[in-house]
Design a protein around this ligand. Structure first.
Ligand SMILES: NC(=O)c1ccc[n+]([C@@H]2O[C@H](COP(=O)([O-])OP(=O)(O)OC[C@H]3O[C@@H](n4cnc5c(N)ncnc54)[C@H](OP(=O)(O)O)[C@@H]3O)[C@@H](O)[C@H]2O)c1
Length: 434
């Protein structure tokens, strides 16, 4: 069989590694696919940039759209990034020409995945995006193919290595968020503008894709509730540890009676859970399905080689002639996403209050929680030491609640604040049980 002719747009961290991997693993790929895979054309922003890649015999296309429509390629590989141009037009052009597309672009799939899946379906090409979520972790295939016959109740994970690195260091070394962020930037784990990662938006894009695959709904990034990790203090991580938990930035998508909940926020997970063992830049996803124990996939969620490994697996599927509906079912069978309101989220909560050293404070807090029918699983009151105690400085009160609703917690805490028995804003972290 003739080799699959591939055109690659984007020769950065991932693209360059894909070119190398095709070169180095050509024989293995060919043995596994029953045909060779050949890079015939590439493009990037700059043609003259030094890239330490052997591109001899490979054509340079004048721009990504020209490459996507070239008669010389069978498969267009988009590794430029961004949900706008030129990625969107190039991918759409390739699909409309009946070519298959492989991309690692979560932003593009989260925003335009449905429109692109429609084009793929209509014109017969594949649209593969395994690398867009969890890089080397084969979570898209697991949800779409491995669990095709399993009802999914919940999928959740650590989908951003930068945040997990920061929270791990904060926990292990008692450092502040700002200190760990600075280190992450120095080591190249965080961007100069870290907001996309630490404010949870990167996780939200990936979660929206996983939710669609898990629940057969249209990808809807705007249905994801998002909170980042910048408000987490070392004392929360210490308290979590004392109470048997760790704090992770989780993306959680779950079926509830009120719709599909999609949420990204700092979360306390029991120390004994699989997800709690995942440290540093590593990613992990847990899938709860009907009739099976939870499945947890753990691995590198970023980096050129890790991401290229998933891109190559997608290219291998194209070479083999495998065609799967991009979101696991035809687009017209995907349901609209019913967004479950966050105020109605139900679960356990960790609450940290700075209680004023006044008679009756603890009783007031307990009363306000009881008025909202919130039951307390545990309560710890730290005591001020020496000088702080003499100055009458506020002392932390740490509460773990049994399952209750988010709006009940908000009402109780608003009442406690009105009573003026605490200083500052309460810290609230949701708990996810395994
Ligand atoms: N890096 C990771 O760990 C990772 C992990 C998972 C998924 N991804 C996804 O993989 C994709 C690529 O990421 P990356 O880290 O490889 O990015 P990158 O290092 O910034 O590389 C981007 C490449 O795209 C080219 N490019 C940008 N704009 C272009 C334009 N208008 N026309 C033509 N070429 C253009 C750049 O050209 P020049 O080289 O000439 O500047 C560069 O070669 C993104 O969607 C990203 O989200 C990355």
């Amino acid at each position: 069989m003739a080799p699959l002719k591939v055109g690659i747009a984007g020769l950065g961290t991932v693209g360059a590694e894909v070119v190398r991997l095709i070169e180095n693993e050509g024989r293995t790929l060919s043995a596994r696919c029953g045909r060779g895979v050949r890079v015939v054309a590439v493009t990037a922003r700059s043609k003259v940039k030094k890239r330490s890649l052997d591109l001899g015999g490979v054509a340079w296309a004048k721009d990504p759209v020209a490459l996507a429509s070239s008669e010389d390629i069978d498969c267009f590989v988009e590794l430029m990034g961004g949900s706008g141009e030129p990625a969107l037009s190039a991918v759409e052009t390739a699909l409309k020409a009946g070519k298959s597309v492989v991309t690692a672009n979560k932003a593009l799939i989260a925003k335009h995945g449905i429109r692109l899946a429609q084009a793929a379906e209509k014109h017969g090409g594949a649209l593969n995006f395994e690398a867009a979520v969890g890089a080397a972790i084969p979570v898209i295939k697991t949800l779409r193919e491995g669990l095709a016959a399993t009802g999914i109740n919940r999928v959740y994970g650590i989908l951003n290595g930068t945040c997990n690195y920061i929270l791990t260091r904060m926990e292990q070394e008692g450092l502040s968020f700002a200190e760990c962020l600075k280190d992450a930037q120095r080591l190249g784990y965080a961007e100069a503008n870290p907001s996309f990662d630490v404010d949870g938006h990167d996780t939200a894009q990936k979660l929206a894709i996983l939710a669609s695959l898990a629940f057969g709904t249209r990808v809807a990034q705007n249905a994801v509730y998002v909170e980042g990790i910048s408000s987490i203090a070392p004392e929360d991580l210490r308290a979590a540890s004392d109470l048997g938990y760790r704090v992770k930035l989780l993306g959680v998508a779950m079926k509830t009676a009120k719709g599909i909940e999609q949420r990204v926020h700092p979360t306390m997970v029991p120390k004994s859970s699989s997800i709690a063992q995942v440290m540093g830049v590593t990613n992990a996803v847990t899938i709860d399905g009907d009739g099976i124990s939870p499945i947890t996939l753990v691995g590198p969620g970023a980096g050129g080689a890790a991401t290229a490994s998933a891109v190559l697996a997608d290219i291998a599927d194209v070479a083999r002639g495998v065609r799967v509906n991009p979101f696991g079912r035809p687009v017209d069978r995907l349901r609209a996403t019913a967004k479950a309101p966050m105020e109605r989220h139900e679960g356990g909560y960790y609450i940290r209050l700075m209680a004023r050293d006044l008679a009756g404070t603890a009783a007031t807090i307990a009363t306000r929680l009881a008025e909202q029918k919130i039951s307390i699983e545990s309560i710890v009151q730290r005591h001020a030491n020496g000088a702080d105690a003499e100055k009458g400085l506020p002392v932390p009160v740490l509460l773990i609640t049994y399952a209750t609703s988010e709006d009940a917690v908000h009402r109780a805490l608003a009442a406690v604040q009105k009573d003026k028995v605490i200083s500052g804003r309460p810290q609230v972290i949701r708990i996810e049980k395994n």
